[in-house]
Ligand binder design. Sequence first.
Ligand code: HEC
Length: 391
Amino acid sequence: MKIKQYHWHHFFGGIALLLLIVQLLSGSVLTLFYTPHLNEAYASVQYLYNELSAVAWVRDTHRWAALFLVLAVIMHFIRSFLRKDYLVRESKTLWLTGILLFLPLLGFLVTGFILPWEWRGYWFMEMVPNYAGEIPLIGPSLSSFLLDAFTMPRALVVHVVILPIITLVLLDIHTLSKIKRRAGGLFLYVREHGLLTTPFLLIIGILAYALPMPSQDPAIIPMPLEGERIPTAEWFVLIFYVPYLYFKGVGATLFGFYIPLAIFLVLAIFPYFLRAKGNAVADKTKREPHAADKKGGLRRLLSPLRKIMGERALTKTAGALTVFLAAMALFIPLYAVSYASPTMGCNSCHNLTAGNRMGLPPPTFKDREINPNLKDNTFMVEHWFYPQVVW
Ligand code: HEC
């Protein structure tokens, strides 16, 4: 089977679409086994690990595919950015919907962590209102609204109904409507992209088997630091909380909220302030002499390489290398600030055998008077990263 040009052009975008389908399928299975109730949610997850290992594997596939989905989306974004896709007039809607798709993705991650309702989920649920509370003016009322409104069934509805609908609508404008107009439609696209995605699917399947989330307590209780240095999907949301480790008050809010928000807004709207280019190809040829001038030295330096590899291969390699370096510039700091997080070790203390109030999250979880630690972001973030130190 010959893979068409546009598959390579949107290599990571296609992987993201395929992984989204994987999430849809695995998520549909998981919904059937999940009980959206404060006292039964975690038991329904543990039941999978103790009784239905195939479905437990589906659950861990759902977790690992989430990580790869986020990675693929970020790579797709870097590539589109470097290729200056936002300069093409017809692409502006694509650009905006692409950026907006980050929001439901974040929503999926957060609600996905909350749903199992062990202490990780409890922690995430408490951090969302804390975080919303940082927004000026509307913050405090938004925060208490989120706390009051939270119930397990509502979280489930957001995760399996509302967010998928938002994603589907944005995705349809972003790409689906275009794919459907092509010969062969979505089916052919999925079939051919499936081929490119197969290695990733294999890796996800193996990771899900080899590195499951320890949930079998009291049978298998993890060590407190388990999950340290292991890249779980939890990273990507933690990056917003890490500033609380290093800054107090305004500093933490600045790095954890205002700067990410500013970056997001700028990325969403900046193409609208640039002069639209009707035809990207014509534009490229216009700029060519100037670009060649500037890179004169580099071009001369590379000329032996060009002789060996040929112009086309060299350009392609240089492009791939740029994408790779840009990705590293993003992922290395992400890893550097979050590698110490023991994302799987919470059950070592927070399990039924560890004594009073250590099993399920307390029923008083909405009451910040009874559980004052919950509104102390510094305690919460330090407790996540160094649970063995901060009790
Ligand atoms: C070393 C044992 C230990 C580990 C590991 C641990 N915790 Fe805790 N955790 C505690 C203890 C003890 C408290 C009670 C602290 C207090 O009340 O002052 C607590 C409190 C909490 C609280 C505050 C709510 C409350 O009831 O006081 C949350 C939320 C929490 N833990 C989540 C987590 C998460 C998430 C992890 C994994 C990243 C984790 N814990 C790992 C021992 C641990």
